[in-house]
Design a protein around this ligand. Structure first.
Ligand SMILES: C[S@@+](CC[C@H](N)C(=O)[O-])C[C@H]1O[C@@H](n2cnc3c(N)ncnc32)[C@H](O)[C@@H]1O
Length: 219
């Protein structure tokens, strides 16, 4: 794909404290998210990776869309996305961030929607406006009991349905157990995803995500 790179420095919040090298090395895309987006590939559509970080999800779909955009509030991470991702810098809950984008057909997002990162009602309205008439979104969201440590940063299924009011929503569950190699590594992981540390009792934790498919109308 040969698309010009677009850079905007003057929108949204400041630099992220994320470790750029760490996120750049993440290349695997969850199967649930890949399967949800694959039906829209090779149809000349425009994709937006919402909260793209260093662009691992955007990269996975390279070649399958007419344009791929990445939106993130961290300019450091956006810089890692490479030449074939068009970038929009800023807070996804602000209209001025979306004003950098052309109409989008498909939104994809991995591990971004959380109560401490976005106001879902506001984001839902902006997503609905930013999508073309028959647009769709596939959002992978940490469920309220993810990690089993009583965090209150995550949306429940009902809160997702209520917040994404502009959309027809279908939610499926993804559950597995994750083994962390040591308590120190687990604490490092929590820090990387902006969760406060807790006393670690186990290094095998239950993981629970929602795959939220949103539809404004049939593409
Ligand atoms: C856990 S990382 C996931 C990155 C990427 N989606 C991936 O799967 O590799 C969350 C990303 O969301 C971005 N983010 C969080 N809240 C945001 C907001 N309100 N507006 C824009 N980006 C946001 C962060 O800067 C970070 O890059």
């Amino acid at each position: 794909m040969d698309v010009a790179r677009k850079v905007s420095h003057n929108s949204g919040a400041g630099l992220s404290k994320h470790d750029v090298t760490y996120w750049h090395k993440k290349t695997k895309v969850p199967l649930s998210l890949a399967s949800a987006v694959e039906p829209y590939m090779n149809r000349g559509l425009r994709l937006l990776d919402l909260g793209c970080g260093a662009g691992r999800v955007a990269h996975h779909f390279r070649g399958g869309f007419s344009e791929i955009w990445g939106l993130d509030r961290s300019f450091q991470l956006l810089e890692q996305t490479g030449n074939d991702v068009l970038i929009a810098h800023g807070d996804m809950c602000r209209a001025e961030t979306w004003s950098q984008l052309p109409p989008i057909h498909v939104i994809v997002s991995n591990c971004v929607l959380r109560k401490d990162r976005c106001d879902l009602r506001r984001l839902s309205g902006l997503m609905a406006e930013g999508l073309s008439r028959n647009g769709v979104a596939a959002l992978r969201v940490q469920a309220e009991d993810d990690l089993g440590m009583g965090y209150d940063q995550f949306y429940s299924k009902q809160e997702l349905v209520d917040g994404l009011r502009e959309f027809e929503v279908e939610i499926s569950d993804e559950r597995y157990r994750q083994k962390f190699s040591s308590p120190d590594y687990l604490l490092e992981f929590l820090q990387r995803i902006d969760l406060p540390s807790k006393a670690v009792r186990h290094t095998v934790l239950p993981r629970h995500y929602y795959l939220v498919k949103c539809r404004l109308g049939g593409v």
